[in-house]
Ligand binder design. Structure first.
Ligand SMILES: *Cc1c(COP(=O)(O)O)cnc(C)c1O
Length: 344
């Protein structure tokens, strides 16, 4: 059983959070002379620090309580806040399973947190034996967070044994579901009631089409969300961004339509790429990108740039692999044409 109080840094428990002007007063509009705002203009007022309207919509969509929803300035802020709540600099550790999203390690490094790497197997699944070793070696509980990404970036596959981690690891388990909308698997949000140590991270940056707006969301127990609220910058999500997210939810059918198009294009790309002799392997994807293995990724990357196509060269992470985001029909078709004509 995970005891949350024992995982949280003592200074965070003791912290007296900043109380903003809009924290001290929450009622219907009157004359606001409390926050030193300019009384004129359209963007003159501070945004709602609790993002109530947006959280209200999200809790309905996810069938949770509003106290189980946290909104961040992108998932990147969510990841950073979680590290700062639980991990004491230069003492505590996190586990990651590379190849995976780079921000977990960078956020840990920024906060001077030790990163324990237990690489995925050749099938890009969890190395249970390796994890067991690492987890059991931690005498006192200094491994605070386990970062998982499913569907995983940059491999594209879903991770199978997340329940094993949730039952065997005595810390916080972060499941990053940035690409869950493109997968047929269900979200771990459904398991929040089962696991008090689970944090599910989602984002408006991918399927929702709002990368520019920087809206990341964490779903967890009320206790964990309360800690995140306690330490976040008071006005961490601008009103423009809150409104953009609300509008996207309002127009959910547009996003659903786009998603259907992207999924159709994923099949087109998977099929077309598989037929090219140049490509040694097309990895199956539950996301809106496809990982491919080629003879020489650096060379092909440079050639594509010459043809004005930018893909993600993952050669440094997975030998000779490129990650290709799924674009529009026209973009994908052009990519396939260029690849067909490519002579190394
Ligand atoms: C793109 C991506 C995100 C999104 O990050 P934001 O800060 O919300 O834009 C989060 N996690 C993973 C694994 C991603 O690939």
């Amino acid at each position: 059983m995970v005891e949350l109080e024992k995982l949280v840094r003592t200074n965070i428990i003791a912290l007296k959070p900043y109380s903003s002007a809009r924290d001290d007063f929450s009622g219907e509009a009157g004359i606001f002379l409390d926050a030193n705002e300019n009384p004129f203009g359209d963007l003159n007022r501070y945004p709602d620090p609790h993002q109530q309207t947006l959280k209200d919509k999200l809790k309905d969509l996810k069938k949770l309580s509003i106290k189980q929803v946290f909104i961040g300035n992108g998932s990147d802020e969510v990841i950073d806040l979680l590290i700062r709540i639980f991990c004491n600099p230069s003492l505590d550790k996190v586990i990651i399973c590379p190849p995976t999203y780079g921000m977990y390690e960078v956020a840990a490094n920024i906060n001077d947190i030790i990163v324990l790497s237990v690489p995925l197997t050749s099938a890009f699944q969890l190395d249970i034996e390796g994890l067991q070793n690492v987890i059991s070696q931690s005498a006192v509980n200094t491994i605070k967070i386990f970062f998982l990404c499913s569907p995983n970036n940059p491999t594209g596959n879903s991770i199978d044994d997340i329940d094993w981690v949730l039952t065997h690891f005595n810390g916080i388990v972060v499941v990053d579901e940035a690409y869950i909308d493109f997968s047929e698997r269900s979200s771990f949000i459904e398991k929040l009631a089962l696991y008090p140590n689970l944090v599910v991270v989602q984002t408006f940056s991918k399927a929702w089409g709002l990368a520019a707006a920087r809206i990341g969301v964490a779903y967890a127990s009320e206790a964990i969300i309360a800690l995140m609220q306690k330490i976040k910058p008071p006005y961490n999500v601008s009103s423009l961004n809150q409104e953009a997210a609300l509008k996207a939810i309002e127009n959910e059918y547009v996003v659903a339509h786009q998603k259907a198009h992207i999924l159709e294009q994923r099949i087109y790309l998977e099929t077309s790429l598989s037929q090219l002799p140049l490509i040694k392997k097309v990895y199956p994807s539950d996301a809106n990108f496809i990982l491919i293995e080629v003879e020489d990724a650096d060379l092909l990357y440079a050639h594509l740039v010459l043809k004005k196509i930018v893909v993600r060269n993952r050669n440094a992470v997975i030998k000779n692999c490129l990650r290709i985001s799924i674009g529009t029909f026209v973009e994908n078709k052009y990519l396939i044409e260029v690849l067909k004509r490519y002579i190394p």
